[in-house]
Design a binder for this molecule. Structure first.
Ligand code: MLT
Ligand code: MN
Ligand code: ZN
Length: 307
Protein backbone atom coordinates (compact mmCIF):
# COMPACT_ATOMS: atom_id res chain seq x y z
CA UNK A 1 0.00 0.00 0.00
CA UNK A 2 0.97 3.58 -0.53
CA UNK A 3 0.63 6.43 1.95
CA UNK A 4 1.01 10.07 0.90
CA UNK A 5 1.44 12.79 3.51
CA UNK A 6 -0.83 15.53 2.19
CA UNK A 7 -0.30 17.88 5.12
CA UNK A 8 2.29 17.57 7.88
CA UNK A 9 1.60 20.67 10.00
CA UNK A 10 -0.70 21.14 12.99
CA UNK A 11 -3.61 23.59 13.05
CA UNK A 12 -2.59 26.91 11.49
CA UNK A 13 -0.10 25.32 9.09
CA UNK A 14 3.47 26.53 8.60
CA UNK A 15 4.11 29.40 8.38
CA UNK A 16 0.94 30.41 10.23
CA UNK A 17 -0.82 33.43 8.69
CA UNK A 18 -0.51 35.71 11.73
CA UNK A 19 2.67 34.36 13.33
CA UNK A 20 6.08 36.00 13.56
CA UNK A 21 7.82 33.37 15.65
CA UNK A 22 11.41 32.46 14.73
CA UNK A 23 10.22 29.60 12.54
CA UNK A 24 7.40 31.41 10.71
CA UNK A 25 9.46 34.53 10.05
CA UNK A 26 12.53 32.49 9.21
CA UNK A 27 10.62 30.39 6.69
CA UNK A 28 9.10 33.48 5.04
CA UNK A 29 12.45 35.29 4.86
CA UNK A 30 14.45 32.24 3.89
CA UNK A 31 16.75 32.67 6.90
CA UNK A 32 16.14 29.15 8.24
CA UNK A 33 16.25 25.80 6.45
CA UNK A 34 12.55 24.94 6.58
CA UNK A 35 9.81 24.11 4.08
CA UNK A 36 6.22 25.32 4.31
CA UNK A 37 3.67 22.74 5.37
CA UNK A 38 -0.11 22.46 5.05
CA UNK A 39 -2.47 21.17 7.72
CA UNK A 40 -2.65 17.58 8.87
CA UNK A 41 -3.91 14.87 6.48
CA UNK A 42 -2.77 11.67 4.77
CA UNK A 43 -4.11 9.56 1.90
CA UNK A 44 -3.86 5.76 1.66
CA UNK A 45 -4.34 3.45 -1.33
CA UNK A 46 -3.53 -0.08 -2.38
CA UNK A 47 -4.03 0.40 -6.13
CA UNK A 48 -2.83 3.99 -6.53
CA UNK A 49 -6.22 5.08 -7.93
CA UNK A 50 -8.73 4.78 -5.08
CA UNK A 51 -7.75 6.60 -1.91
CA UNK A 52 -8.98 6.84 1.64
CA UNK A 53 -8.53 10.41 2.80
CA UNK A 54 -7.61 10.36 6.47
CA UNK A 55 -8.70 13.73 7.85
CA UNK A 56 -10.00 16.56 5.68
CA UNK A 57 -7.75 19.57 6.16
CA UNK A 58 -8.80 23.17 5.45
CA UNK A 59 -5.89 23.06 2.94
CA UNK A 60 -7.41 20.16 1.01
CA UNK A 61 -7.82 21.98 -2.32
CA UNK A 62 -4.12 22.88 -2.36
CA UNK A 63 -3.25 19.35 -1.31
CA UNK A 64 -5.32 17.85 -4.14
CA UNK A 65 -3.71 20.22 -6.67
CA UNK A 66 -0.29 19.12 -5.41
CA UNK A 67 -1.15 15.40 -5.62
CA UNK A 68 -2.12 14.37 -9.18
CA UNK A 69 -2.87 10.80 -8.00
CA UNK A 70 -5.94 12.15 -6.17
CA UNK A 71 -7.39 13.59 -9.39
CA UNK A 72 -7.99 10.83 -11.97
CA UNK A 73 -9.74 11.61 -15.25
CA UNK A 74 -12.24 8.77 -15.75
CA UNK A 75 -15.33 10.98 -16.07
CA UNK A 76 -16.24 14.61 -16.64
CA UNK A 77 -16.22 14.98 -12.88
CA UNK A 78 -14.01 12.61 -10.92
CA UNK A 79 -12.03 12.15 -7.74
CA UNK A 80 -9.66 9.55 -6.38
CA UNK A 81 -11.07 10.10 -2.89
CA UNK A 82 -13.31 7.09 -2.26
CA UNK A 83 -13.98 7.77 1.43
CA UNK A 84 -13.01 10.07 4.27
CA UNK A 85 -11.90 8.82 7.69
CA UNK A 86 -11.68 11.23 10.64
CA UNK A 87 -9.33 10.85 13.62
CA UNK A 88 -11.13 13.52 15.64
CA UNK A 89 -13.37 16.58 15.16
CA UNK A 90 -10.59 19.21 15.35
CA UNK A 91 -10.95 22.11 12.91
CA UNK A 92 -7.68 21.21 11.15
CA UNK A 93 -9.01 17.68 10.49
CA UNK A 94 -12.62 18.29 9.43
CA UNK A 95 -13.27 21.65 7.78
CA UNK A 96 -11.90 20.43 4.43
CA UNK A 97 -15.16 18.47 4.12
CA UNK A 98 -16.85 21.74 3.14
CA UNK A 99 -14.47 22.00 0.19
CA UNK A 100 -15.64 18.60 -1.13
CA UNK A 101 -19.27 19.74 -1.39
CA UNK A 102 -19.34 19.83 -5.21
CA UNK A 103 -18.83 16.07 -5.40
CA UNK A 104 -21.03 13.02 -4.88
CA UNK A 105 -22.33 11.97 -1.48
CA UNK A 106 -19.30 11.36 0.72
CA UNK A 107 -18.79 8.09 2.58
CA UNK A 108 -17.61 9.33 6.01
CA UNK A 109 -16.06 7.13 8.69
CA UNK A 110 -15.94 8.59 12.20
CA UNK A 111 -16.87 7.65 15.75
CA UNK A 112 -20.21 8.55 17.36
CA UNK A 113 -18.32 11.08 19.58
CA UNK A 114 -16.95 12.88 16.50
CA UNK A 115 -20.33 12.67 14.73
CA UNK A 116 -21.88 14.25 17.81
CA UNK A 117 -19.46 17.22 17.59
CA UNK A 118 -20.08 17.58 13.85
CA UNK A 119 -23.83 17.74 14.38
CA UNK A 120 -23.79 20.05 17.45
CA UNK A 121 -20.75 22.22 18.30
CA UNK A 122 -19.65 22.45 14.64
CA UNK A 123 -22.69 21.31 12.62
CA UNK A 124 -20.88 20.64 9.33
CA UNK A 125 -23.07 17.60 8.68
CA UNK A 126 -26.23 19.72 8.59
CA UNK A 127 -24.57 22.23 6.29
CA UNK A 128 -23.29 19.50 3.95
CA UNK A 129 -26.74 17.89 3.77
CA UNK A 130 -27.70 20.87 1.57
CA UNK A 131 -24.83 20.08 -0.83
CA UNK A 132 -23.31 16.62 -1.42
CA UNK A 133 -24.42 15.11 1.89
CA UNK A 134 -22.53 12.41 3.72
CA UNK A 135 -23.18 8.76 4.37
CA UNK A 136 -22.02 8.10 7.93
CA UNK A 137 -20.33 4.82 8.78
CA UNK A 138 -19.85 4.74 12.56
CA UNK A 139 -16.36 3.66 13.61
CA UNK A 140 -16.03 1.40 16.64
CA UNK A 141 -14.00 2.77 19.53
CA UNK A 142 -11.72 -0.12 20.27
CA UNK A 143 -9.84 -0.09 23.49
CA UNK A 144 -7.28 -2.35 25.06
CA UNK A 145 -7.30 -5.74 23.38
CA UNK A 146 -10.45 -5.33 21.32
CA UNK A 147 -9.46 -4.82 17.72
CA UNK A 148 -12.39 -4.45 15.36
CA UNK A 149 -11.15 -3.95 11.84
CA UNK A 150 -13.15 -1.95 9.32
CA UNK A 151 -13.39 -2.57 5.60
CA UNK A 152 -13.93 0.48 3.44
CA UNK A 153 -15.66 -0.42 0.15
CA UNK A 154 -13.51 0.82 -2.73
CA UNK A 155 -10.30 0.54 -0.72
CA UNK A 156 -9.64 -3.14 -1.28
CA UNK A 157 -6.70 -4.92 0.30
CA UNK A 158 -6.40 -2.59 3.27
CA UNK A 159 -7.70 -3.19 6.78
CA UNK A 160 -8.35 -0.20 9.06
CA UNK A 161 -8.40 -0.73 12.82
CA UNK A 162 -9.40 2.32 14.87
CA UNK A 163 -8.11 2.54 18.44
CA UNK A 164 -9.53 4.96 21.00
CA UNK A 165 -6.76 6.98 22.58
CA UNK A 166 -6.24 9.88 24.98
CA UNK A 167 -5.83 13.29 23.38
CA UNK A 168 -8.43 16.11 23.43
CA UNK A 169 -11.76 16.94 21.86
CA UNK A 170 -11.69 20.37 20.15
CA UNK A 171 -12.11 23.58 22.16
CA UNK A 172 -15.66 24.05 20.75
CA UNK A 173 -16.73 20.53 21.68
CA UNK A 174 -19.23 19.82 24.45
CA UNK A 175 -16.78 16.97 25.35
CA UNK A 176 -13.67 19.15 25.70
CA UNK A 177 -13.63 18.74 29.49
CA UNK A 178 -15.78 15.55 29.58
CA UNK A 179 -13.72 13.15 27.48
CA UNK A 180 -15.55 10.35 25.69
CA UNK A 181 -14.09 7.22 24.11
CA UNK A 182 -13.90 8.03 20.43
CA UNK A 183 -13.12 11.76 20.73
CA UNK A 184 -9.71 10.84 19.35
CA UNK A 185 -8.47 7.82 17.46
CA UNK A 186 -5.30 6.20 16.34
CA UNK A 187 -5.47 3.97 13.28
CA UNK A 188 -3.72 0.76 12.37
CA UNK A 189 -3.64 0.65 8.58
CA UNK A 190 -2.66 -2.80 7.33
CA UNK A 191 -1.90 -4.06 3.85
CA UNK A 192 -3.66 -7.44 3.89
CA UNK A 193 -1.36 -8.98 1.25
CA UNK A 194 1.97 -7.98 2.80
CA UNK A 195 0.80 -7.84 6.43
CA UNK A 196 2.67 -4.53 6.80
CA UNK A 197 1.17 -2.05 9.24
CA UNK A 198 1.23 1.70 9.62
CA UNK A 199 0.22 3.17 12.98
CA UNK A 200 -1.13 6.70 12.54
CA UNK A 201 -1.95 9.04 15.43
CA UNK A 202 -1.58 12.78 14.73
CA UNK A 203 -2.99 13.62 18.18
CA UNK A 204 -1.58 11.42 20.92
CA UNK A 205 -1.55 12.63 24.51
CA UNK A 206 -0.81 9.47 26.43
CA UNK A 207 0.68 6.08 25.63
CA UNK A 208 -1.82 3.62 27.09
CA UNK A 209 -0.90 -0.09 27.02
CA UNK A 210 -3.06 -0.88 23.95
CA UNK A 211 -1.43 2.01 22.07
CA UNK A 212 2.05 0.85 23.05
CA UNK A 213 1.17 -2.64 21.81
CA UNK A 214 -0.07 -1.27 18.47
CA UNK A 215 3.09 0.82 18.11
CA UNK A 216 5.34 -2.15 18.90
CA UNK A 217 3.58 -4.25 16.25
CA UNK A 218 3.77 -1.64 13.48
CA UNK A 219 6.25 -1.40 10.60
CA UNK A 220 5.95 2.36 10.44
CA UNK A 221 4.84 4.93 13.02
CA UNK A 222 3.38 8.26 11.95
CA UNK A 223 2.73 9.96 15.26
CA UNK A 224 2.09 13.24 17.07
CA UNK A 225 4.96 15.68 16.52
CA UNK A 226 3.09 18.84 17.58
CA UNK A 227 5.41 20.39 20.17
CA UNK A 228 9.02 19.95 21.29
CA UNK A 229 8.44 20.97 24.94
CA UNK A 230 5.50 20.76 27.32
CA UNK A 231 5.48 24.55 27.84
CA UNK A 232 6.50 25.67 24.32
CA UNK A 233 3.44 27.87 23.71
CA UNK A 234 3.74 29.45 27.18
CA UNK A 235 7.49 30.16 26.90
CA UNK A 236 7.01 31.78 23.49
CA UNK A 237 4.15 33.86 24.88
CA UNK A 238 1.49 32.52 22.47
CA UNK A 239 -0.84 30.68 24.83
CA UNK A 240 -1.42 29.70 28.43
CA UNK A 241 -1.87 26.09 27.43
CA UNK A 242 0.58 23.32 28.07
CA UNK A 243 1.04 20.56 25.56
CA UNK A 244 -0.99 18.20 27.78
CA UNK A 245 -3.89 20.71 27.89
CA UNK A 246 -4.08 20.34 24.11
CA UNK A 247 -3.78 16.55 24.19
CA UNK A 248 -0.32 16.32 22.66
CA UNK A 249 2.72 14.47 24.04
CA UNK A 250 5.80 16.66 23.54
CA UNK A 251 8.99 15.17 22.10
CA UNK A 252 11.49 16.16 24.80
CA UNK A 253 11.52 15.53 28.53
CA UNK A 254 10.72 12.58 30.77
CA UNK A 255 8.15 10.31 29.17
CA UNK A 256 8.22 12.41 26.00
CA UNK A 257 7.83 11.00 22.49
CA UNK A 258 11.59 10.49 22.00
CA UNK A 259 11.70 8.26 25.09
CA UNK A 260 8.57 6.42 23.96
CA UNK A 261 10.02 5.79 20.50
CA UNK A 262 13.42 4.77 21.91
CA UNK A 263 11.67 1.90 23.69
CA UNK A 264 10.24 0.58 20.42
CA UNK A 265 12.51 -1.51 18.22
CA UNK A 266 11.95 -2.06 14.55
CA UNK A 267 9.49 0.32 12.92
CA UNK A 268 10.35 3.37 10.89
CA UNK A 269 9.55 6.37 13.12
CA UNK A 270 8.11 9.59 11.68
CA UNK A 271 6.62 12.65 13.39
CA UNK A 272 3.63 14.41 11.83
CA UNK A 273 1.18 17.22 12.81
CA UNK A 274 4.03 19.62 13.62
CA UNK A 275 3.17 22.97 15.14
CA UNK A 276 4.73 26.05 13.56
CA UNK A 277 6.58 26.86 16.82
CA UNK A 278 8.39 23.51 16.96
CA UNK A 279 12.16 23.93 16.49
CA UNK A 280 12.37 20.60 14.59
CA UNK A 281 10.90 22.41 11.55
CA UNK A 282 14.33 24.01 11.08
CA UNK A 283 16.30 21.19 9.47
CA UNK A 284 19.55 22.72 10.79
CA UNK A 285 18.37 22.97 14.41
CA UNK A 286 19.92 21.18 17.38
CA UNK A 287 16.53 19.61 18.08
CA UNK A 288 16.35 18.13 14.57
CA UNK A 289 19.84 16.68 15.07
CA UNK A 290 18.65 15.06 18.30
CA UNK A 291 15.76 13.42 16.42
CA UNK A 292 18.15 12.17 13.76
CA UNK A 293 20.40 10.64 16.46
CA UNK A 294 17.35 8.76 17.73
CA UNK A 295 16.41 7.56 14.24
CA UNK A 296 13.28 9.73 14.09
CA UNK A 297 12.20 11.44 10.85
CA UNK A 298 10.02 14.51 10.34
CA UNK A 299 7.17 14.25 7.84
CA UNK A 300 6.88 16.79 5.04
CA UNK A 301 4.10 17.50 2.55
CA UNK A 302 4.34 15.08 -0.37
CA UNK A 303 6.25 12.43 1.61
CA UNK A 304 5.42 8.95 0.25
CA UNK A 305 5.59 5.77 2.29
CA UNK A 306 5.23 2.34 0.71
CA UNK A 307 4.45 -0.64 2.93
C1 MLT B 1 -4.66 20.61 17.78
O1 MLT B 1 -4.49 19.47 17.40
O2 MLT B 1 -4.57 20.93 18.98
C2 MLT B 1 -5.00 21.58 16.70
O3 MLT B 1 -3.98 21.61 15.73
C3 MLT B 1 -5.59 22.83 17.09
C4 MLT B 1 -6.24 23.56 15.94
O4 MLT B 1 -6.68 22.96 14.96
O5 MLT B 1 -6.31 24.77 16.00
MN1 MN C 1 -4.61 19.51 15.20
ZN1 ZN D 1 4.95 30.62 14.17
Amino acid sequence: MKIIVLGSAAGGGFPQWNCNCRNCNGQRNGTINATARTQSSIAVSSNGTDWALINASPDILTQIRNTPALQPNRNKRDTGIAAVVLMDAQIDHVTGLLMLREGKQLPLYCTPAVWDDLTTGLPLMHVLSHYCGVQWHPLPTNQFDQHTAVHIPGIEGIRFTPLALKSKAPPYSPHREQPQAGDNLGLIIEDIATGKKLFYAPGLGQIEPHIDAAMQAADCLLVDGTLWTEDEMITLGFSKKKSADMGHLPQSGNGGMIEVLDAIDGPRKILIHINNTNPILDADSHERAVLTQHGIEVAFDGMEITL
